[in-house]
Structures are given as C-alpha cells and as structure tokens.
Design a protein around this ligand. Structure first.
Ligand code: HEM
Length: 505
C-alpha cells in the first residue's frame, strides 16, 4: 500500500471516528437520562436513568421487587403518575390515580388494548380466548361468557364443588396435620384446592391433587405453562432457554412443548368424551357442558378450539389468583388475632334469616385483596393520542399501566393508615358496607372488562376462610420471610408454613 493510500485511510478512519464520537455526543445530549429514541414527555415525573439506556439497570436490579420498587418511586417522586424510560422496554406511563384509571379502563376504553407482545407471549395458554381478544372479537366472547357464567345451573354447581372440595381439604388433609402436628405449607395446599375445584367446575373431572401423593401430570403441566407464558412476556431470552433446556433435559423431564401437549390432550380428550356423553343423553352441570349446550352468540356450536380456550383460560384466570388470595388472607388473619375473634363472634351469632348482618366476611376479603392484589399490574397500549384527567398527555403507541400494590400503599389514595390491615375501613359510619369505585380498587379490573369470575372468587374465598378459621387455630412457623414473587399473580415466594390445631382441643 502506498504512503498516500495509507494517509487517506488514516484520515478516513479519523473522520469516521470523529463523526461517531460526535454523533454519540449528540445522542447523549439528546437522551441524557433516558433510553435512546424514547420521546419522554417532560411534564410527567420520573426517576432519571443513564444516557441512552435510561433506567434499565435499576429495572433489572429491582426486577424481583418490581411492585414495591415502583411504590418507592411513586413515594420519592411524590406523584400518582410517572413515566419509565429503559432501553429494550417500551416507554411506560404508570398511574395509581383513580381518575386516570377510570379514564383509560372505562371512559376511553376502546383506545387502550393489550399489546401484541403480551398477546403473542400468552397465546400458548390462553389461545384465542376472551382474555387475549380485542375489539369485536372480545365483545363477541364477552357476551357469550357472561351468559354462560350467569346460568343458574352453573352457579349452583359452583357452590356444590367448592363445598365438596373444601370438605376434602379439611377432612383428608388438614385434620391429619392437626393430629400429628407436622408443618404444612398452606400456599401449596391452596394451589391444590383451587386446582381441584376449578378443574371440576370447568371440566367436571376430579384431578385429586389434594389427596394424591404423586405429582399429578396435568397439574404439573398447568404450572409449567403458566410460568412459561410469564417468562415469554418478560424475558426475551425465553425461546433460547427453552431450546437449551430441551437439549439438556434428563430422560424423565418433559420439554415445555410436551407440557403444552399434556394440557391440550387433557382438554381435547374431555371435550371429545363429553360430546359422546351428551349425545347418549347424559347430563352435566359443569362449564364445558353449559358452554356446549348454549353455543356461541350466533347460536352455533363452539368449535373444539373455542371450547378448549374458554375452559383452559378460565381455569388459569381463576386458580392461581384464588390460591394467592387465600394464602395472603390466611397470613393477615393469623397475624391479626383480633380479626379472628370478630370473625368467630360473627360466625357464632350467625342466623340464617339475617344473612345481611354478615359484615366481617366481605370486609376481610376486600381488605386482603386491597393489600395483596393477586393481579397486581395491568398493561395496555394506546392506539391514539389522549389526555388523562390529571393532564398527562399520552401519545399513540405509549404503554400505560397500573400497579395495585403501589396504589394500596399510597396515602394519597387510601389515607395515612394505608399500610395497615384494617377491615373496618370498609365500613361506613352508619355501619353499612362501603363500596369503593372500581378505579380505586381495581382488583377485578374495571367495567366493561371487569373479571367475570368475581362472584365465584368471592364465594370460594369467603367460604374457605370461614371454614378454616372456625375449625382450626393456625400458628406460623418462626423465621419465615413473606416476600412476594413477581409472576402472572402475586404469590408468596417461600410459601406459608404453619402448624394446625383443631379449635375444640
Ligand atoms: C381472586 C380471584 C380473581 C382475581 C383477583 C381476578 C382478577 C381479574 C382481572 C384483574 C381481570 C382483568 C384482566 C385484564 O383484562 O387485563 C380478570 C379478567 C377475567 N377473569 Fe378474573 N380474577 C379472579 C378470579 C376469576 C375466576 C374465579 C374466574 C372464572 C372462573 C375468572 C375469570 C376471568 C375472565 C374470563 C376474565 C376475562 C374478562 C375479559 O377480558 O372480558 N377470574 N380477572
């Protein structure tokens, strides 16, 4: 190479280097504390991050404490609405202000949809069901689901199954632990109880996970698939991890695809059997049969795929959330003996003709869910520009979210005693039950997309809590750490280990 060419190459390299440094400097000036290419609205409070990457380091470091770390950020910024800019994640505006929540989940509902990423990640489990649908398809599913869920025959069957399975949990499991004094993990027990009850309600099949000594394959596959769709929605490396796990798994370990197959085979086999049984004149009261008989909104039969999606997504929507509500609920009750005393008095004074006098039970349940909301966060994408009641400007494509854990712990929303477990906050001065707006207590989301199973969840949880408190004294195994885990629902990371004693002893 001649000296002239060499000089030209060096000066070109220097120029390219200088241009790159200049460009980098310009980008750093333009995005000094937020993610590159994020058009961060200046009027919304935020925790500032690093040039070009924004707050991704804080986000990753706090991932396992996501709910609480957002609560700390709201407190630090002294705000009810904030924005997060982190490279690799969408620009997200999070609010705990009931006015804003009312606006984007109800008033301007059609402008906010579940993101494509979320829908793709969860599709393996929820299919094309109501949970992931939007627009006309959602409205169509919703009408059918509301009609099916409010069938009197199905409501009676719900109550029957809940009481039957509760009886199994009490007589076949807890009574034995009360006799031998061994430690039991209540969260694990409640997951089995809700699994058995909701599979029975949905498919009319008894999985017997409560009494089985072995792991029940379908139940295990449900768990694996729930965890997998959550990983898909939060960790971009999940497909690579799946491939790796598939290659290096032991001969007895199923791949994630095999777990999905187990779940789908289970569902499609029951659907096929049920079709035959119905043809042969048998009658059933479960969700599957009622859905088959009622058909869709146009009066046509549901396809097998529609039935699978309806049933499987109802089980997933119901099972983990209810088990979480029961686990946190029992923890609150064990930690507050005065609440137990009131509940026991109420049970003792209960007269069937005075059903409306039963105040403690709904108060308790509302307060448990306020402090420990099972569906803790909720995300939507804005289809068009919008302005929220507090003046926050939303741009087309922004992600918006709510954090119910932070909302419950905000003195601006729930008063100075917000962190206390106080069921009586749900009483009005005249002693009647206080009904808060859905936007201030969006545990079951906000209409028009409110949870279809709210009454069922309330019935199941209250029945279980009353039965357990009436029958047993629970004491916590010492030195437990009651951290939450961040997943599709907020469960207890290390379970809830207790000793059980019969009350009459
Ligand atoms: C404590 C228990 C429960 C909690 C906290 C809960 C919470 C929620 C929330 C927050 C949503 C809205 C999700 C969203 O659109 O992003 C929802 C939707 C839904 N829930 Fe529940 N749920 C519970 C139990 C149940 C039960 C027992 C069932 C039925 C068996 C059920 C069935 C559904 C269905 C079908 C939807 C979809 C509604 C729609 O998209 O229009 N849930 N639930």
């Amino acid at each position: 190479m001649s000296n002239q060419t060499k000089d030209r190459l060096i000066s070109t390299t220097k120029f390219a280097y200088g241009a790159a440094v200049g460009l980098f400097g310009m980008l750093v000036l333009k995005y000094p504390d937020c993610a590159i290419f994020h058009d961060v609205p200046e009027n919304i409070p935020r925790i500032k991050g690093f040039p070009l990457i924004g707050s991704i380091i804080q986000e990753v470091a706090n991932y396992e404490k996501y709910y609480g770390s957002q609560h700390e950020q709201f407190t630090k910024l002294n705000t009810l609405t904030m924005v997060t800019s982190a490279v690799g994640l969408p620009l997200t505006i999070t609010t705990i202000d009931p006015k804003n929540i009312e606006h984007f989940l109800r008033v301007n509902f059609s402008n906010y949809v579940k993101s494509d990423h979320f829908r793709t990640s969860l599709k393996g489990l929820f299919g094309h069901s109501i949970v992931l649908s939007e627009g006309h398809r959602w409205a169509y599913h919703r009408k059918a689901a509301v009609r099916i869920f409010s069938t009197k025959r199905l409501e009676d069957y719900f109550a029957h199954v809940i009481v039957t399975e509760l009886n199994v949990m009490v007589k076949k499991v807890l009574d034995n632990y009360a006799l031998d004094g061994a430690i039991i993990d209540l969260q694990d027990l409640f997951l089995k109880y809700t699994m058995d009850s909701f599979v029975m309600i949905a498919f009319g099949k008894n999985l017997n996970t409560l009494t089985s000594k072995e792991v029940v394959p379908v139940s295990e596959s449900f768990d694996k698939c729930v965890q997998h769709v959550f990983n898909m929605s939060t960790n971009p490396f999940t497909p690579i991890i799946d491939k790796f796990n598939n290659v290096f798994r032991g001969p007895q370990t199923k791949s994630i695809n095999q777990h999905y197959d187990t779940l789908n085979d289970f569902a499609y086999t029951i659907i096929a059997e049920r079709k035959d049984d119905l043809k042969n004149g048998h009658s059933f009261n479960d969700l599957l049969s009622v859905a088959m008989e009622q058909g869709n909104e146009s009066g046509e039969e549901f396809s097998d795929e529609d039935l699978r999606d309806l049933i499987v997504s109802s089980i997933v929507a119901a099972r983990d959330a209810n088990a979480a509500a029961l686990s946190w609920g029992l923890l609150c009750i064990i930690q507050h003996p005065e609440v137990q005393v009131k509940l026991l008095q109420e049970i003792e004074n209960y007269l069937p003709e005075n059903k409306n006098d039963q105040q403690q039970q709904p108060l308790l349940f509302y307060e448990i869910l306020r402090l420990y909301p099972p569906a803790t966060v909720n995300f939507r994408d804005a289809l068009n520009d919008d302005v929220w009641p507090d003046g926050t400007k939303i741009r087309k494509g922004n992600t918006v979210s709510i954090n119910l854990y932070a909302q419950a712990r905000s003195p601006k929303v729930w008063g100075d005693d917000c962190n206390e477990f106080k069921p009586e906050r749900w009483l009005q001065p005249d002693g009647r039950l206080r009904h808060e707006s859905q936007a201030k207590w969006p545990i079951f989301n906000v209409s028009p997309r409110a949870c279809i199973g709210q009454n069922l969840a309330t019935l199941e949880s209250i029945t279980a809590i009353v039965t357990l408190v009436q029958r047993y004294k629970f004491s916590l195994v010492p030195n437990q750490n009651f951290e939450y885990s961040v997943s599709l629902v907020m469960a207890m990371k290390h379970g809830l280990k207790v000793h059980v004693q019969n009350r009459e002893n």
